[in-house]
Design a protein around this ligand. Structure first.
Ligand code: FAD
Length: 365
C-alpha cells in the first residue's frame, strides 16, 4: 500500500529509473547522416564531432547511419563520415528511401537500432531531423531531448546529459534518459563547431536492408518544388553578420545595418522584435526561436542581449556590441563594446571600412 505522506522522490532518483538489465547491452554513439539532393547537411558533421567526444568519454565507437536510394552517393557519404570521426557506417539502400519520407526512414532507423543497439542516437534539429527523431523515439518508446545546445556524459550515471533552453529560454536544463535506450537528442545547425577533417581515417560499412515496398507507404513523393526563398539568406553559415535590434527605432534607420553589411560582405541578422515589427524577414532572426549562428564576427547594433537572443549568437568568435546603455546585458558577453548611438556609429564604421577597402583596391591595382 502506498504511503500518502511519504516524501516525493526527486526526478531521476526513483527506483524505476534504473537502466533495466536487458538495455545494458546498448553500446556506441550513432549519428544520422542527413543528405538531400546529393549534399550532406553540415549539421551531420558537426554532430559527428560531438559524437566522437562523447564516445571517447564512454570508451565506445561512433557510427554514422546513411539511408537513401540505390543510385545515391551513400558510400561517398560514409567515407566522408570517417574523416569527421565515425569508426563505421550502417548503409541502407532501397528505392523507397530515395527522397525523405517519414514512414520508410522511421522503419529503417528503428530496425537498425533494435538490431545493433546504440546507446546514443543524434540527429540534426533540421526539418528532416526533427520529423524523424520524433517518430523514431515514439516508435522505440525512448526519450528524446530536442534542440540541445550542449551534449555531455554524466560522470555518475554515464548517461547522455543533454542541455537545452527551457522556460522561454530564461533557463538551461540538463535532461538525462536513465531508464530507456537509446538516448536520443537533436542539435541545431551551428550549435557545435565543425570538427577538423582527417582524410587518413577510414572505417567499415555494414549494409542493411529495409524490407518495405512502395505500396506499404502512404506518402507519395510526386515532385520536388524548391522553395524560391531557400538559401537566399545563409545566416547560419555566414562568416560575418551585422545584426540590428529595436534600438535602431525604425525601419529607415535599420538600413544602416544593411549598409555596413554590404561593405563587409556580411549577412544581416535581427532580433525577434525587429522581425515582429516587419523590418526584416523571419529568416534573419537570430536566437532561440530563430537561427543559431557562429560567425567569425558578429556586430550587434541596438541589441540589448536578452538570453533568447544570446543563445543564438554567443558562440561567435568575436562579438562587437554597439549600445547607448553601458549597463546593457550584451556588454556582459561581447568581446568589444562601443557605448554610443548606433545611428552615428554604424555610418562611421561603414565609412571607415569603405575607405580601407578603397585603399586596398588601390594597392592591388
Ligand atoms: C519564448 C521567447 C522566445 C524568444 N526568441 C527570441 C529570439 O529568437 N531572438 C531574439 O532576438 N529575441 C527573442 N525573444 C525576445 C527577447 O526576449 C528580447 O525581447 C529581444 O531579444 C530584445 O530585442 P532587442 O534587443 O532588439 O530590443 P530591446 O530589448 O528593446 O533592446 C534595445 C536595445 O537598444 C539600445 N538602444 C536604444 N537606442 C539605441 C541607439 N540609438 N543606439 C544603440 N543602442 C540603442 C537599448 O539600450 C537596448 O539595450 C524571445 C522571447 C521569448 C519570450
Amino acid at each position: 500500500m502506498s504511503n500518502a505522506n511519504a516524501p516525493l522522490k526527486p526526478a531521476g532518483r526513483g527506483r524505476n529509473l534504473e537502466l533495466p538489465e536487458h538495455l545494458k547491452s546498448y553500446k556506441g554513439v550513432w549519428v544520422f547522416i542527413e543528405h538531400d539532393r546529393g549534399q550532406v547537411h553540415s549539421v551531420s558533421w558537426e554532430l559527428m564531432g560531438e559524437a566522437r567526444k562523447l564516445a571517447d568519454k564512454l570508451g565506445v565507437s561512433v557510427a554514422g547511419v546513411v539511408m537513401g536510394g540505390p543510385d545515391e552517393k551513400l558510400d561517398e557519404f560514409a567515407k566522408e563520415a570517417y574523416t569527421y570521426g565515425a569508426d563505421s557506417c550502417y548503409v541502407m539502400r532501397d528505392p523507397v528511401l530515395k527522397g525523405y519520407r517519414n514512414e520508410p526512414f522511421t522503419k529503417g532507423m528503428t530496425d537498425l537500432v533494435n538490431q545493433y543497439q546504440p546507446e546514443i542516437l543524434l540527429l540534426g534539429a533540421t526539418t528532416m531531423g526533427r520529423d524523424l527523431a520524433g517518430s523514431v523515439a515514439t516508435t522505440l518508446g525512448t526519450g528524446l531531448t530536442a534542440d540541445c545546445t550542449e551534449l555531455n556524459i554524466d560522470g555518475t550515471t554515464r548517461a547522455l546529459a543533454a542541455t537545452r533552453p527551457t522556460f522561454g529560454g530564461s533557463l538551461l536544463c540538463t535532461i538525462m534518459t536513465l531508464a530507456y535506450r537509446p538516448q536520443m537528442a537533436t542539435m541545431r545547425p551551428r550549435t557545435a563547431p565543425m570538427p577538423r577533417r582527417d582524410d587518413s581515417r577510414s572505417g567499415s560499412i555494414t549494409e542493411a536492408t529495409l524490407g518495405m515496398v512502395e505500396t506499404d507507404i502512404v506518402t507519395k513523393l510526386l515532385d520536388f518544388i524548391p522553395d524560391a526563398n531557400r538559401n537566399t539568406v545563409n545566416l547560419a553559415y555566414a562568416d560575418v553578420i551585422v545584426s540590428g535590434g529595436k534600438g535602431l527605432k525604425n525601419p529607415d534607420n535599420f538600413k544602416l545595418v544593411w549598409d555596413l553589411a554590404r561593405v563587409l560582405g556580411a549577412e544581416v541578422g535581427a532580433t525577434r522584435p525587429v522581425v515582429q515589427a516587419g523590418w526584416v524577414e523571419a529568416e534573419r532572426q537570430v536566437g532561440q526561436t530563430g537561427k543559431t549562428v557562429r560567425p567569425k564576427l558578429y556586430i550587434a547594433a541596438g541589441i540589448s542581449g536578452a538570453i533568447q537572443h544570446r543563445v543564438g549568437m554567443e558562440s561567435s568568435d568575436v562579438i562587437v556590441a554597439i549600445n547607448t546603455d553601458a549597463n546593457a546585458p550584451i556588454f556582459d558577453f561581447a568581446h568589444f563594446g562601443i557605448v554610443g548611438n548606433a545611428l552615428q556609429v554604424l555610418p562611421a564604421l561603414t565609412k571607415a571600412f569603405e575607405a580601407r577597402l578603397a585603399k586596398q583596391i588601390r594597392k592591388v591595382a
